[in-house]
Design a protein around this ligand. Structure first.
Ligand SMILES: [Zn+2]
Length: 381
């Protein structure tokens, strides 16, 4: 197609399939510059980080000493959140562990979650979503043709997490989000799953049933009520320690009998299908590129290793066929209908009502207040 203008970053593996990418005179991309100039200032994979984390965790323990739980953590069964659960145990924290089952969990994920909770001695609250509602929402998303098909699962996850936190009077939300594996996040390839205006608009236009048990978090709750009224804070401990995904996996296997997902399915069969088939087919987006680029920047892998990884096919043909049938059947549509939705033209989330205007105002206020108070007051992003 645009082979002539194709360019790949000389340091990471982001390329011109991301339309907003820019390169300097050495062929280094804007994501790499962002990492050096901005991200590393929030990243402490060293002794300084250990000291900071000690202080944070001591405060959490101190504040929570008369409570049943001192913090909350969402467990998906993935490596990041699973490893984080072990870190919290080492530090003697007492988290309430929440798992959200939106209907796509692989058996391996369930096994891994059970093993971790048993090993750490945590209480697990599994929130099973109403499948008929999730199904209706996911079909609405497919029909809308937007790129961020993961919004339904992600929104459900965070809404449940915050709901349990408020219900149990917990202030500290411990997140497995981290710079080491996720620093490169091409903005226009997705859209925040927290945009409830967008989610509701898509559902209103394409959904068929009323959402009764599916709870959304609106803009006000997310940006004002939780952080300022409830005093909730999101802590990302993996940014205060050297975090190496490969090593974390070995620790998990060794200590809790964690089983690796390998190339098959991952934690969620839907996520695999969405990332490795829907996005590349419909939008020419390969999510491995930002992921591998993050690992290059954090020093976990070399660029050469990343390039080799990218040469591998996204899907095995037989597995793809199986997954397509599985997903169509589970969503109650024909294989034909599923294919039609995948091959129809894509749509940008902004073609539907969304929170962009509010978000822009918020960012302006944050930046003015931040300058005035001389500190960064962004809570989430
Ligand atoms: Zn780069």
């Amino acid at each position: 197609m645009e082979e002539n203008n194709y360019q790949i970053c000389s340091r990471c593996v982001m390329d011109t399939t991301y339309p907003e990418i820019t390169f300097d005179e050495h062929g280094v991309c804007n994501h790499c510059h962002q990492f050096d100039e901005v991200t590393t200032k929030r990243w402490f994979p060293n002794d300084e980080g250990k000291k900071k984390l000690d202080t944070i965790f001591n405060q959490i323990k101190q504040e929570g000493r008369n409570k049943e739980y001192d913090c909350i953590i969402g467990l998906s069964g993935g490596v990041d959140s699973s490893y984080l659960a072990l870190v919290l145990k080492d530090y003697g924290l007492r988290p309430l562990v929440v798992h959200v089952d939106a209907g796509w969990n692989s058996e391996l994920a369930v096994h891994n979650i059970e093993q971790i909770v048993k090993y750490c001695g945590y209480d697990l609250h599994t929130h099973v979503m109403d499948w008929q509602e999730i199904k209706d929402l996911q079909l609405a998303y497919f029909k809308s043709g937007v790129a961020n098909q993961d919004a339904v699962q992600d929104h459900a996850f965070f809404a449940s997490l915050y709901h349990y936190a408020v219900q149990n009077n917990i202030k500290y939300v411990i997140s497995g989000g981290n710079i080491a594996t996720e620093s490169v996040a091409p903005k226009s390839w997705g859209h925040s799953a927290m945009d409830a205006i967008n989610l509701k608009a898509i559902h209103k236009r394409f959904g068929k049933r009323k959402l009764v048990s599916f709870k959304t978090i609106n803009f006000f709750r997310y940006y004002f009520y939780y952080p300022f009224i409830k005093g909730m804070k999101v802590i990302r401990p993996l940014n205060f320690m050297p975090y190496h995904k490969g090593e974390a996996l070995e620790v998990l296997k060794d200590k809790v009998g964690y089983k690796e997902y390998g190339r098959k399915h991952g934690e969620s069969r839907f996520t695999k299908f969405f990332q490795d088939y829907y996005l590349p087919t419909k939008f020419n987006i390969d999510k491995r590129k930002p992921h591998l680029s993050s690992l290059i920047l954090s020093g976990e892998i070399s660029r050469k290793e990343a390039l080799n990884e990218l040469k591998k096919p996204l899907y095995d043909d037989v597995e793809l066929k199986e997954d397509k049938s599985y997903i169509a059947k589970k969503l109650g549509i024909s294989l034909d209908d599923l294919e039609k939705m995948i091959f129809s033209p894509g749509h940008h989330y902004s073609e539907y009502p969304n929170w962009d205007r509010q978000h822009k105002i918020l960012k302006t206020i944050q930046s003015i207040a931040g300058k005035y108070l001389n500190k960064n007051i962004n809570n989430y992003s």
